[in-house]
Design a protein around this ligand. Structure first.
Ligand code: ADP
Ligand code: MG
Length: 697
């Protein structure tokens, strides 16, 4: 194993490198820019750009790119080389401050939801100096935000940064009320746990469905799935271990804190967790992690699947977004402290999250709504589509006693006057945590578990930041006016718990009873992407985003359109792939199998009319009927895809894809899977689930 501290961050133009390579005054003003979010002076940028270029060339770079995160959900880069011609027919390597600060990619092909008229194809990218530049595959990558010339956000990063600003401002107001005068910034911290599948590349390449859609559109259940639960935390197989080792090294070079790795519940499923960092860096790093995961897999003859549900009937992949709020002085605001004052502050921040999640269940749900994730949410191993919060028994009892004004009894002691008594230790036991909760308090942070594995974490974190900013703003408004702070605080926390406790649920989120109970409590249960997204642009939500300057009405509508459009496109591609696979591969395979069986029967009869052909006849009857049924269903699918009614708007179209196209696909698949279970393996055109899931050793 290489020397980890030596390689860690070796491809990143980080603070250490900057300090080494930049003149003192330039370094200082760059740091000031980073901390205060001020625009960078062009003279400073020129010096920084030159130092960056020199450093990048030493790392083997010949090109630079503004690396950004458009609404497609993946990252984009357009490479420009550093070369600049000289009089004598040679070139020198150049990179200016202007090129560092601002880029103008031809952005007409990125989705803008109508924000950027097509005649104004250009958008511009602007350096986000809070995220370090890095070298990847011979290119200096500069993390940037992507906007239209009118200033509208066209990417996922811009609103995330704006939301971080919003929560910073409101949290600082609250901290000042508690007498904290030292914190200068409050940031949200995020540690996303990333799940993925690893399968053999050669087998992956035999499946059009995986190649075109990221998931299998067909596949009969293998004899063994995850019933034995023997894969979870099991011994990591040699080929996978070699992959993980390589992956870690690549991530470490990029300064990504890859920390934990283990097998997940499903066969061939694994997880990687980094150490948490600020929300925007965590977002950049998670995007890079997903990209590098795929790249390293290819080197090992493997394919890394990031789709939420690559295999039906087998656990899907999610992303657990661990989220907390912290000061620049290193205080985690969701960590109960040791003193009454710290405890009171903790309870207020906790109440802010509880209120935020209850009031904005719709936004939380919409922030994770994608076609891929629809297969997971509500399925038996994933959190349901209903949003609720797990706080654990101890904390729930404390909240109850606060609400009722009753004493809290803990090991013979009585509590609980906020700001006067000390909270009992809240157990942070990892074993008895409720794994079924979509939003769980885990001692000093919340773990938001509804995210799909391929999702950019930018949007969910942007939503968390803004909704909690709103709670904190309301709290600060109220408390700043109070004469008796402690008394006002007590009342506020008690009232908040009373009003929002319906969102707290510590039981089994996968149970039928919870669905009924949640309905009684008036909680939302938005089962599909179109349903969830329809809430996104409500007046209440637009007002919220506009209040904190995170997104304008136009920007929100654009995002809504893009996401629904994307949903329709994905289902469309899946439907076409399915039709293609049936016509080109599955039908020919069944026919060839049936032909051989009938030949076999005829041969037998020719030899001796007495020989029993019951097997052949039974199989042929079954397969003939099933393949005719498959063909009929496929034609019906073709019809719903090709003969669509006209739609009033994009939401109606998305609903149609959900209710007609998707339903028809499910129906078609059921028949194909039944056929697969009857056809000889050497006839079947695709590797089976058994092969895909169990052959990497
Ligand atoms: P697990 O959930 O598997 O028991 P941990 O609780 O240790 O593991 O951490 C899970 C993830 O939560 C890790 O990525 C970790 O860095 C992250 N995490 C821990 N503390 C915080 C925090 N204060 N803010 C955000 N993420 C955090
Ligand atoms: Mg976890």
């Amino acid at each position: 194993m290489s020397n980890v501290p030596a390689i860690f961050g070796s491809l990143v133009f980080n603070k250490t490198v900057m300090k080494e390579r930049l003149p003192k005054d330039i370094y200082k003003s760059l740091m000031k820019t980073r901390e205060e979010g001020k625009p960078l002076d062009l003279e400073v940028a020129n010096v920084v750009a030159n130092a960056m270029k020199e450093w990048a060339i030493e790392k083997g770079a010949t090109h630079f790119t503004h690396w950004f995160q458009p609404m497609t959900g993946i990252t984009a880069e357009k490479h420009d080389s550093f070369i600049s011609p000289t009089d004598n027919g040679k070139v020198i390597m150049e990179f200016s401050g202007k090129e560092l600060i601002k880029g103008e990619p031809d952005a007409s092909s990125f989705p803008s939801g109508g924000l950027r008229a097509t005649f104004e194809a250009r958008g511009y990218t602007a350096w986000d100096p809070t995220s370090d530049a890095f070298v990847k595959d011979g290119t200096l990558c500069i993390p940037t935000a992507f906007c239209s010339y009118g200033g509208e956000a066209l990417d996922k990063k811009t609103p995330l940064l704006r939301s971080m600003e919003a929560i910073n401002k409101q949290a600082l107001r609250v901290l000042r009320l508690f007498g904290n005068t030292t914190a200068r910034r409050v940031i949200t911290t995020v540690g996303p746990e990333q799940e993925y599948f690893l399968i053999d590349k050669a087998q992956y390449e035999k499946r059009k469905d995986l190649i075109y859609t990221g998931r299998t559109l067909f596949g009969a259940k293998p004899p063994k799935g995850q019933e034995l639960e023997d894969h979870y935390f099991g011994v990591i197989k040699p080929r996978v271990a070699a992959y993980m080792k390589d992956l870690n090294e690549e991530l470490w070079k990029l300064g990504i804190f890859a920390k934990t790795e283990h097998n997940e519940v499903a066969p061939a499923q694994h997880e990687l967790a980094p150490i948490f960092t600020s929300a925007n860096i965590a977002t950049d790093h998670n995007q890079l992690t997903m990209e590098i995961m795929k790249k390293v897999a290819a080197k090992h003859g493997l394919a890394c699947l990031l789709h939420e549900k690559p295999f039906a009937g087998v656990n899907g992949s999610g992303k657990h977004n661990n989220w907390s709020i912290s000061t620049d002085t290193g205080i985690n605001l969701l960590e109960p402290g040791d003193s009454p004052r710290e405890n009171a502050q903790f309870l207020l921040f906790l109440a802010a999250v509880i209120k935020a999640v209850d009031e904005h269940q719709d936004l939380i749900r919409a922030s994770v709504a994608t076609a891929g994730n629809d297969h997971r949410l509500g399925a038996n191993e994933a959190p349901p589509a209903i949003v609720s919060i797990f706080v654990g028994d101890e904390l729930e009892k404390i909240l109850e006693s606060i609400e009722n004004g009753s004493d809290y009894h803990h090991k013979g002691k009585t509590f609980m006057k906020i700001g006067v008594d000390v909270l009992p230790a809240i157990p942070r036991d990892t074993t008895d945590r409720n794994r079924t909760s979509p939003f769980a308090f885990t001692g000093n942070k919340f773990e938001f578990r509804m995210l799909g594995s391929s999702l950019s974490i930018a949007c969910p974190n942007q939503i968390l930041n803004i909704i909690v900013a709103e709670s904190l703003c309301e709290f600060a408004d109220e408390l700043e006016k109070a004469d008796d702070f402690t008394d006002a605080l007590n009342k506020l926390i008690r009232r908040t718990i009373k009003e929002h406790k319906r969102i707290i649920f510590n039981g089994n989120n996968y149970s039928e009873e919870w669905v009924a109970e949640a309905e009684r409590r008036g909680l939302l249960n938005l089962k599909s992407t179109p349903e969830a997204l329809s809430y996104y642009i409500s007046e209440k939500n637009v007002a919220l985003f506009e209040k904190f300057g995170v997104l304008s009405r136009a920007e929100m509508h654009a995002r809504y359109e893009i996401q629904l459009e994307n949903y329709c496109k994905q289902l469309h591609i899946e439907a076409l792939t399915m039709i293609d696979m049936i016509k080109k591969d599955i039908i020919p395979a069944v026919c060839s199998y049936m032909k051989d069986i009938s030949k076999e029967a005829l041969n037998k009869k020719q030899l001796n009319a007495e020989i029993c052909c019951e097997l052949e006849e039974t199989l042929l009857k079954k397969l003939s009927a099933l393949s005719a049924e498959l063909y009929r269903k496929m034609e019906a699918l073709e019809k719903v895809v090709n003969e669509q009614p006209s739609f009033e708007d994009i939401l109606e179209k998305a609903m149609y894809y959900r209710n007609s196209v998707f339903a028809s696909m499910e129906d078609t698949r059921a028949t194909a899977d039944e056929i697969e279970s009857l056809v000889g393996e050497k006839y079947w055109p695709y590797p089976t689930y058994g092969k895909l899931l169990f052959s990497v050793v």
